[in-house]
Design a protein around this ligand. Structure first.
Ligand code: ATP
Ligand code: AMP
Ligand code: MG
Length: 184
């Protein structure tokens, strides 16, 4: 099966959908942001995972490389991460060439939803401190993620599957992701 990357913009529901899709499967589920924030806290860079995208690009890159090295040593995993990270200086690639080649995924699952659904999920999830983007900004970010996902695919030969996670339709999203998780 190889490494499967699951991605999508903040609040779209990638952790919720893929954790459910991976239930009962004999594969480790790894959240890249958790690996990163553990390293960031050790280095004294941040106290909260939602503060990392506001660090300087150099600091984010350092964390990204260290995290990629750790993940690359884990073998086959489902990796929950971001195609692009929205920083004050612009979109940063979540998986630049030196990261995507280390991880070498066989498939990329891109979770999407309507801008309004994402807007409301961000507002309703008080466990996180997500950006308060407008619906236009949410759409722009989803468009950038599609472009980034295909760029990563062309560096690795990975397939890209778009999975829609509409409100109260997690089961349908899991069903759409199922062929990617099937062992051949
Ligand atoms: P991040 O990149 O910030 O970690 P995420 O993409 O992993 O975000 P989740 O944490 O999985 O997003 O979901 C964000 C919120 O949306 C949560 O409160 C979750 O319960 C809710 N949610 C996810 N999917 C759906 C759905 N299909 N219908 C309704 N609510 C949903
Ligand atoms: P998450 O819980 O998935 O939102 O991850 C927490 C944070 O980790 C994100 O908001 C980003 O700041 C950071 N992060 C996750 N994946 C990447 C990545 N591939 N490159 C850079 N930063 C990332
Ligand atoms: Mg998540």
């Amino acid at each position: 099966m190889g490494v499967i990357i699951v991605t999508g913009i903040p609040g779209v529901g990638k952790t919720t959908v893929m954790k459910k899709a991976a239930e009962g499967m004999d594969i480790q589920f790894v959240t890249f942001g958790t690996v990163m924030v553990d390293i960031a806290m050790d280095l004294g860079f941040v106290k909260d995972r939602d503060d990392m995208r506001k660090l300087s690009p150099e600091q984010q890159k350092e964390l990204q490389i260290k995290s990629a090295e750790k993940v690359a040593s884990m073998g086959d995993v489902i990796l929950d991460t971001h195609c692009t990270v929205k920083t004050p200086k612009g979109y940063m690639p979540g998986l630049p060439e030196w990261v995507i080649k280390k991880i070498n995924p066989t498939a990329i699952v891109l979770v999407e939803a309507d801008a309004e659904e994402i807007f409301n999920r961000r507002a309703g999830d008080t466990t996180r401190n997500r950006d308060q983007d407008t619906k236009e900004e949410i759409n722009e970010h989803q468009m950038m993620n599609r472009a980034a996902a295909m760029a990563y695919a062309s560096l690795t030969g990975a397939t890209v599957k778009i999975v829609f996670n509409h409100d109260n339709a997690i089961e349908e999203a899991v069903k759409q992701a199922a062929p990617v998780l099937k062992r051949e």
